[in-house]
Design a protein around this ligand. Structure first.
Ligand code: SF4
Length: 323
């Protein structure tokens, strides 16, 4: 699919076509200082995990630029769609691909597909949570912050499956958009490299280049298009990792967003463990409150106060499939 830059969502005027912003921490020019390795010249073969957020967009464009505007054949870019991404995210992924001339492979969880992974595209991608709902139905319970199986099954494993079985790789570099201001996640990812149990060996160009969220946002201000969503609205629409205040805010903006989450909890409401006892923690995405209760709270308190400051925990801006 091709698109003129004028067709891209949230198109901006001015600075059109400018792609290497002065926000790189290494030099302020987008180039590393003399003697320092350009971290965007990633080791190969490589598979770039593209989450559909601003950070992964920044990462991808800088990798493309580092390679002279065209990715080598042994660098693949993969987006794993859960079906619960906002439409803006799907459009953004498609726009990044067309505007930068980068093939982005779209994958989804599908139990009946070879290696549980089906290939889709912007037109055929699930938009009503189908892969996520199928996974919940198969498991018989919903994920939660403690048992977060959605990230692994819907994203990490699908990208790994693509690398291993579609590309035929035994060992590869898994390029992930973790920034320097995410030290815990960077540390964990680097630690996982030490005893890598899979074929993917993590490469973290943004952390290596000391890029922070501030750099990413400043760079996007200079681009001719944008995601068109606030950071906390990205990833799965009402991801249980988002802070309660942000969830309330999102539900107030569009109460229908809660429908799917409420329906999934309803499907497993009678779930019991092997011993016949109710497993309360397996019936709820969030501890102590169902999504039906959350929506009721959001609507009941609609006019009482602004929840933007209700919590400072906005959750991870990107679900990078790293934890
Ligand atoms: S964004 Fe949230 S709900 Fe979606 S896969 Fe990641 S952790 Fe799970």
């Amino acid at each position: 699919m091709t698109a003129d830059i004028a067709d891209v969502p949230a198109a901006r005027t001015g600075s059109a076509g400018r792609t290497s912003g002065p926000t790189h921490r290494m030099t302020g020019t987008g180039r590393p200082p003399p003697g320092r390795r350009n971290s965007y010249l990633v080791p190969r073969p490589a598979v770039v995990s593209f989450s559909g957020g601003r950070t992964s967009g920044y990462l991808l464009k800088h990798i493309v630029d580092a390679h002279g505007g065209r990715l080598p054949d042994d660098i693949a870019v993969v987006f794993a769609n859960t079906g619960m991404e906002r439409p803006e995210t799907l459009d953004f992924v498609d726009t990044c691909a067309t505007a930068w001339g980068v093939p982005i492979v779209w994958v989804e969880y599908d139990w009946d597909a070879p290696h549980r992974t089906r290939l889709v595209d912007h037109r055929t991608a699930s938009r009503d949570g189908e892969p996520f709902a199928a996974l919940i139905a198969r498991k018989g319970f919903v994920p939660n912050p403690t048992i977060r199986f959605c990230t692994g099954f819907l994203k990490r494993d699908r990208i790994e499956s693509y690398a291993r079985y579609r590309l035929g790789l035994k060992r590869w570099h898994s390029v992930v958009g973790l920034r320097a201001d995410e030290p815990r996640r960077v540390w964990r990812m680097r630690a996982m490299n030490c005893g890598a149990r899979t074929g993917g060996h993590a490469a973290l160009p943004l952390a290596d280049a000391r890029v922070t969220e501030r750099d990413v946002l400043a760079w996007w201000q200079e681009q001719p298009f944008d995601l068109g969503l606030p950071g906390y609205a990205g990833n799965c629409s009402l991801c249980f990792l988002k802070g309660r205040g942000k969830l309330l805010h999102l539900i107030r903006e569009d109460p229908s967003l809660a429908d799917w989450w409420i329906a999934q909890e309803a499907k497993v409401a009678n779930r019991t463990g092997p011993d016949g006892r109710a497993c309360e923690s397996m019936k709820r995405f969030r501890i102590g409150e169902t999504y039906a209760e959350l929506r009721a709270a959001a609507l009941a308190r609609r006019d009482l106060f602004d929840t933007a400051a209700e919590d400072e925990d906005s959750g991870p801006p990107d679900c990078f499939c790293t934890d």
